[in-house]
Design a protein around this ligand. Sequence first.
Ligand SMILES: Nc1nc2c(ncn2[C@@H]2O[C@H](COP(=O)(O)OP(=O)(O)OP(=O)(O)O)[C@@H](O)[C@H]2O)c(=O)[nH]1
Ligand SMILES: [Mg+2]
Length: 599
Amino acid sequence: MQKIRNIAVIAHVDHGKTTLVDGLLEQSGTFGDHEAHEERAMDSNALEKERGITILSKNTAIRYKDHKINIIDTPGHADFGGEVERVLKMVDGVLVLVDAYEGVMPQTKFVVKKMLALGKKPIVVINKIDKPSAEPDRVVDEMFDLFTQMDADDDQLDFPIIYAAARDGIAKMDMADEDGNFECIFETIVNEVPLPEGSPENPAQAQVFTLDYDNYVGKIGISRIFNGRLKKGDSVKLAKADGEMVNGKISKLIGFHGLNRMEIQEAEAGDIVAIAGMETVDVGDTVCDPVNPVALDPMHVEEPTLTVVFSVNDSPLAGQEGKHVTSNKIRERLEAEMTTNVAMKFEAAGEGQFRVSGRGELQITVLAENMRREGFEFGISRPEVIVKEIEGVKCEPFEHLVIDVPEDLGGTVIERLGKRKAEMKSMLPMGVGFQRIEFEIPARGLIGFRGQFLTDTKGEGVMNHSFIEFRPYSGSVESRQYGALISTEKGEAMAFSIFNLQDRGGMFISPQDKVYEGMIIGEHSRSNDLSVNPIKGKAQSNVRSSGADEAIKLVPPRDMNLEKALEWIEDDELLEITPESVRIRKRLLTENERKRASR
Ligand SMILES: Nc1nc2c(ncn2[C@@H]2O[C@H](COP(=O)(O)OP(=O)(O)OP(=O)(O)O)[C@@H](O)[C@H]2O)c(=O)[nH]1
Ligand SMILES: [Mg+2]
């Protein structure tokens, strides 16, 4: 039997997980000498590369001495927290990274709590010790406090600590030591992470934790083998979540090594492999011995907290920029998404409307962004939190929010959050003139807050949040303070009219942009909506009155990308998303309709 170790790398967003995995691949010699690879090699899909964040967890394997180490890199952003929970079931130990300056952040708490509850063996990596502001000792204390608060058992509390600068390939067991390489990380994994339980001699049991798709072999289930052996060509039973047993056959077994996948003939208990051949495979299914099929515990999937409605685009510009615009196409695409993305849910919500639920705005914008790149055109409504009844009480999701702000701005932010029903939990100086303030806040209060926060802190504030639990509903929260500037006309925006509208508020459009009646072209500087005409040209007689006429000075428009626009809109507004544009509009396009509806 092979000597296998299975680990996951978990942490708050950006604390350096994927970078550390680069180092593990590199220093174990898994990348061949001449094998070219990019930075953060595991972030392989286009949106991950562009945004520099991990969206999907991915696994790889390295060899260290005579050990095989299967490594699963996980996403750190709270919206993808559901992935982490699933992955944790597949491993026996974890590397918990924490930034040597930022310390324990909301998602650190989230992942540590899950990891401890599942009884995994932690190895703490204090990363980015090269930062001038790093305070590794403080961060170690924070981690101890966190583990204690979260009821770690004695063995878990006795965690090894590694200090690292993952980006530079440096690690050591003591801050006072000379900088070393990742040898100490490999050794700690091999010595501390338990060998997989289970035996190759038992009847086969493998659980699927991620789905993949391959044009040649179809649906693939990436699975951890808990017992027995799997061979190419084997007949198996697939145990579904509802208890049904489906007959299947392993048409291909795929093994992992570094960034490569290769076909293998056989794999056994303890290993992580990809299994092809079963079109009905879902996350959580157990691939079992056909004679003695015993399902493993079903997988708990985190429930969604946020929902938006995707709809057929019915704006006056509909169908001009997208390839896929019909209700059927949108439905098919969403259905396809849900077969691999288990953290999201979808249901029809009326004619040409689909309710899509997930863990947060980023998760939803990632889906929308992928769709627009594939040529889709559609509308999206304002995100709403999911409200549900628990023991007869109306409840809503609450989040743990941590903000780092310049000291003199703390007051402003606290006041602002108070109106959004946030409760302050602690306030600490962070050095370099910053304060860290922690809150608990209804998720509803966070919708649309980020933009305001960045304005209030002049872009210097940092905010992070992560789901805590459903709690009793907390009454109304303050939402957007400013009204919209709404176009009354259809046509192309003119520089002259934009120029004249600039002192009414911040513009979202540039000259020559297409506009229509009911489209929102900017944010009013007051709280009410204002209808304006953005296509009025300068009267002929004035054209040459001043020499500088052509050079009207326009303030650059506010960049309303998908995320910002989604945060910004209110209930009576919609986003119109096409491969080329993100427009904001009123649901009801004419002023008359809006007046009638408001009565
Ligand atoms: N100074 C410093 N920066 C680092 C170090 N390790 C990683 N970084 C940087 O931190 C940023 C985030 O690194 P990633 O590896 O993408 O972090 P991650 O934890 O995988 O992020 P998510 O997957 O999005 O949660 C990148 O800009 C890295 O270059 C380090 O040791 N020192
Ligand atoms: Mg990453």
